[in-house]
Design a binder for this molecule. Structure first.
Ligand SMILES: Nc1ncnc2c1ncn2[C@@H]1O[C@H](COP(=O)(O)OP(=O)(O)OP(=O)(O)O)[C@@H](O)[C@H]1O
Ligand SMILES: [Mg+2]
Length: 605
């Protein structure tokens, strides 16, 4: 085989494969260029979600005819004046974006410098560059990309639906907008406005808070804390959601390094670590964090779409984030996002997170002491234990007997026994003929919901219960669209949703077997999850996950106080349901301790 140098056209197409993966990535490159050109306004107009047209207009510095010719050449950039890759302050630096887009689409640039009295236009089609010609345009630049990937049919085939391209594009524009509150952003598809964010003036922190509220919603603004911390030249600012304002996925975590939106495992991991004591493992915090570090501390040249960065001292960055978030969360004490939580939730800092079920300090001490080998030193051991027990019971009134009714004894056909108490608003303790059973009420309910929905689907559909008052759920437009696109499938699962103006849906019926349920939370979580799941997959193929989400918002979820009748009803349903011993994710739903085991633990045997 002969080795040969590839022609520039082919080189550009290969590079394009990495730089522009889909319409959203082309929009990202074009809007980044606008921000680097110090514009105050950017308008993005799409046709068919960007597949037929992407037009980006700005009022930035503009380009003259010679600059236009250079701008579409590979490795031509105005952003590295001193060949110093270690001090990049602009979003672009490679000189790759425009030539890559020009190689796979029909590209036209029209631009006028601020100091010029005429505009120029230049076209590149599938890599073939034309000559600049005079044009009419106000100061600033308009970049039009038509028929993206027409020159690379293989890539064209992999294009997703208009809806998912639009959602990805909206996400890209929102992220850039969060970092640049002084610039106004508009995004429209087929003439329909999808996003309109006016420029915000004022001090940096106030402007940022206002832009965040415009993008993430007023609810986030109210349920979040300001973050401000600094360490050795690094500054962290932004807002962090209260633990009670949590989400089913990490899609609500927005992270920026020197004004650049990034996806970074290190940063996400730091957020997770900071919230780990106040949030259940399967829930995610919502944060918008802006890290500003000296340019030499971070390498931005590590990812083809500039979406990742590398830090010189990753440990310090992690420490700064964890420290700042923990500090803010601790200072916030027990504020919760929702006011309608049962009052027992709000008794101590962060026992308020709905899925919080970690052992408290006094329980841990009890367990630790019980595990210590017996030490007969003047009875102090027993005394300590008694104190700890008193502390435990005193601090956890729900750990005492639920009701003082006469004790029923379990029949032979009740292997899960008779409920005696609920502890930590999460576990049911039941007495059996020869031991005790502890049920994880949330896991058990999840399994029951799954089994019953599956059976009901086989028998013609899930029974629904109409709501007295239909409930309106405000979402963003793409989330509402995702839910509505699945309306028929959701109806089959018992959840009836209909459109309710832009960005909202109305729920009229819920699955009867869920009982009273938190509709807002349920719809929001489903919308989050739908964004992550493959569009081609039917909801029935993700039934375990859908049911888990439904169960999460049903009446028996963890953190709900149940009375004895409700507890016994749950136990009886479990006995009647096949495979109720495991929740949908394979964790056990109950465990049993035989009296013999308990006696052995106490050295009676
Ligand atoms: N909207 C715009 N306004 C003014 N100048 C622009 C605009 N878009 C591009 N340019 C000029 O064209 C050059 C090439 O743009 P291109 O996006 O291809 O590369 P880059 O931004 O320098 O680097 P990167 O490939 O990392 O984005 C830029 O350096 C800039 O000088
Ligand atoms: Mg660029």
């Amino acid at each position: 085989m002969t080795i040969r140098l590839l022609p520039p056209n082919l080189v550009n197409r290969i590079a394009a494969g990495e730089v522009v993966e889909r319409p959203a990535s082309a929009v990202k490159e074009l809007v980044e260029n606008v921000l680097d050109a110090e514009a105050t306004r950017v308008e993005v107009m799409l046709g068919e979600g960007g597949q037929s047209l992407i037009a980006v207009t700005d009022d930035g510095g503009g380009m003259g005819p010679e600059e236009l010719m250079l701008a579409v050449e590979r490795h031509a950039t105005s952003k590295l004046p001193d060949e110093d890759l270690a001090h990049i302050r602009t979003l672009g630096f490679r000189g790759e974006a425009l030539p890559s887009i020009g190689a796979v689409a029909r590209l036209r640039l029209t631009s006028r410098r601020r100091d010029a009295d005429a505009a120029w236009s230049l076209a590149v089609e599938g890599g073939a560059k034309g000559a600049p010609s005079p044009a009419a345009h106000p100061p600033g630049t308009r970049v039009e990309v038509r028929d993206l990937f027409f020159a690379t049919p293989a890539r064209l085939k992999f294009m997703k639906s208009t809806r998912s391209e639009l959602a990805a594009t909206r996400d890209v524009v929102e992220r850039l907008a969060m970092a640049h509150p002084a610039v106004s952003f508009t995004l429209a598809d087929e003439g329909r406005t999808i996003l309109k964010l006016p420029a915000v003036s004022g001090d940096a922190e106030g402007a940022r808070a206002e832009r965040l509220a415009a993008v993430l919603g007023r609810e986030f603004a109210a349920a979040s804390l300001a973050i401000n911390a600094a360490r050795e030249g690094m500054v962290l600012s932004g807002r962090a959601g209260l633990p009670t304002y949590n989400r089913a996925t990490a899609t609500g975590q927005y992270l920026f390094v020197n004004g650049r939106p990034v996806r970074d495992k290190l940063l996400n991991g730091a957020v997770r670590a900071a919230y780990q004591d106040v949030l259940a493992r399967d829930r995610h915090a919502v944060v918008a964090l802006f890290l500003d570090v000296p340019a030499e501390e971070v390498d931005v040249n590590v990812h083809p779409a500039k979406a990742e960065v590398r830090f010189r001292d990753a440990g310090m960055v992690r420490g700064l984030i964890i420290g700042a978030l923990r500090h803010a969360l601790a200072a916030a004490g027990h504020r919760t996002a929702a006011q309608d939580l049962p009052s027992s939730f709000a008794t101590g800092p962060y026992t308020s997170a709905p899925f919080e079920n970690r052992p408290t300090q006094s329980t841990l001490r009890l367990i630790e002491r019980a595990q210590r080998p017996y030490e007969p030193v003047g009875g102090t051991h027993y005394q300590g234990l008694a104190e700890a027990a008193a502390e435990f019971i005193g601090a956890n009134p729900q750990a005492t007997r639920a009701e003082s009714e006469p004790v029923e004894l379990p029949n032979a056909d009740q292997p899960l026994g008779v409920a005696r108490a609920q502890v930590h608003e999460t576990y049911i303790v039941a007495q059996t003929g020869d031991g005790i059973v502890i049920v994880d009420q949330h896991a058990a309910h999840e399994r029951l919901v799954f089994e019953r929905i599956q059976t009901a689907l086989g028998n013609g559909g899930v029974a629904r219960q109409g709501l007295l008052l239909p409930e309106i759920v405000e979402l963003d437009e793409s989330a509402a669209a995702r839910i509505l696109a699945r309306a028929a499938e959701l109806a089959a699962l018992g959840l009836a949703v209909e459109p309710f103006g832009p960005g909202a849906v109305v729920v009229r019926e819920t699955p009867a077997l869920l009982g009273e349920c938190d509709i807002q939370g349920l719809v929001r979580d489903l919308a989050d999850q739908l964004a992550e799941w493959d569009e081609a997959l039917a909801l029935k193929d993700r039934l375990a996950d859908v049911c888990a989400t439904m169960a999460c918002h049903g009446s028996v979820r963890a953190g709900r106080r149940l009375d004895l009748a409700e507890m016994n009803a749950l136990l009886r349903q479990m006995e009647a349901t096949p495979r109720s011993g495991q929740c949908g994710h394979g964790r056990p739903t109950w465990i049993e301790l035989k009296l013999a085991d308990i006696e052995r633990l106490f050295g009676r045997r």
